[in-house]
Design a protein around this ligand. Structure first.
Ligand code: C2E
Ligand code: MG
Ligand code: MG
Ligand code: MG
Length: 283
């Protein structure tokens, strides 16, 4: 059986390989082909000041334009990519695309809009990451802190090495650092004190029923107070209703993103949205 073979033996057909890992293998090879064929796209979701609704940044989210299957969402391929080197390939592709887009918007007279890229665990601890960030900033003339990286709590915990040292090195490469999906991991709160990060993003599971569930309201309020106590900015993700926006604003949350304002969009659509949105005044 397969167990008698050496650990490094890799056979395509293995009766012990379950359906899920077979599907993952097929997906990863299709994705490898798709990445090489230029089928990835970066979509952009605005981040807004919760009080004034002014545009203050964007999050870049990967999409895969499959020739037969159409648009494929990251939930369908990022988990498989995370199990291989492909997560680094995808992350590097996104960083190139986003750095170029930030520079293009600036060249169009739209200013330096900060844009965040999500980072997989293997990429976070990849030694090529800080030099790549420096190269991209030099190549596109990006000032410090217009590129932002979003890293989940679990990525920080899984990373080999000292997360604080890795974050410090990234920060010295001139990027802003955000902890994504904050509150969903199993980390202790005291670790935050030692981590050089700039932003906490409240996971959308806490925002979801904030109008109905007092426990979620209290968790969101606690995260906001914690962030501010540590001198960090706080962003709420998944803001879908005006009630949610109002509650988060009342709790002192700085920024928000969500379907209430806009869905993730291709760059061209983002540009149109941006013109229409303007900087609305408070009524
Ligand atoms: P995330 O980084 O937490 O991104 C936020 C997700 O919430 C996005 O889903 C976004 O479309 C969705 N979202 C935003 N506002 C709302 C809302 O109001 N309601 C609801 N229901 N959803 C909202 P998306 O684009 O499908 O991405 C899912 C996850 O996939 C991301 O979660 C991130 O973990 C991962 N991901 C996306 N792009 C990349 C990438 O380029 N690299 C890596 N490593 N991961 C990525
Ligand atoms: Mg994110
Ligand atoms: Mg998130
Ligand atoms: Mg999330």
């Amino acid at each position: 059986g397969a167990k008698d073979d050496g650990r490094n033996t890799w056979r395509f057909y293995d009766p012990q390989m379950n359906q899920a890992s077979l599907e993952r293998l097929i997906l990863v090879s299709a994705l490898r082909r798709g990445v090489a064929a230029g089928e990835l796209r970066a979509w952009y979701q605005p981040k807004l000041d919760l009080q004034t609704r002014a545009l203050i940044g964007a999050e870049a989210l990967v999409r895969w334009k499959h020739p037969d299957q159409g648009w494929i969402q990251p939930v369908r391929f990022i988990p498989a990519a995370e199990q291989s080197d492909l997560i680094v390939v995808i992350g590097e592709w996104m960083l190139h695309a986003v750095a170029a887009q930030i520079a293009r918007w600036h060249a169009q007279g739209l200013g330096w809009l900060p844009v965040a890229v999500n980072l997989g665990a293997r990429h976070f601890s990849h030694p090529g990451l800080p030099p790549l960030l420096r190269r991209l900033r030099a190549e596109h003339g990006l000032p410090p802190n217009v590129l932002e990286l979003e890293i989940t709590e679990s990525t920080l915990m899984e990373a080999g090495g000292e997360p604080g040292a890795l974050l410090g090195e990234l920060r010295r490469a001139g990027v802003t650092l955000a902890i994504d999906d904050f509150g969903t991991g199993y980390s202790s709160l005291s670790y935050l004190r030692h981590l050089p990060v700039d932003v906490l993003k409240i996971d959308r599971s806490f925002v979801n029923s904030i109008e109905r569930d007092g426990r979620d309201l209290s968790i969101a309020g606690t995260i906001i107070a914690l962030a501010h106590g540590l001198g960090l900015k706080v962003v709420a993700e998944g803001v879908e209703t005006e009630d949610q926006r109002g509650l988060l604003e009342a709790l002192g949350c700085d920024q928000g993103q969500g379907f209430l304002f806009a869905r993730p969009m291709p760059a061209a659509e983002f540009e149109v949205w941006r013109q229409v949105w303007g900087v609305p005044l408070l009524t």
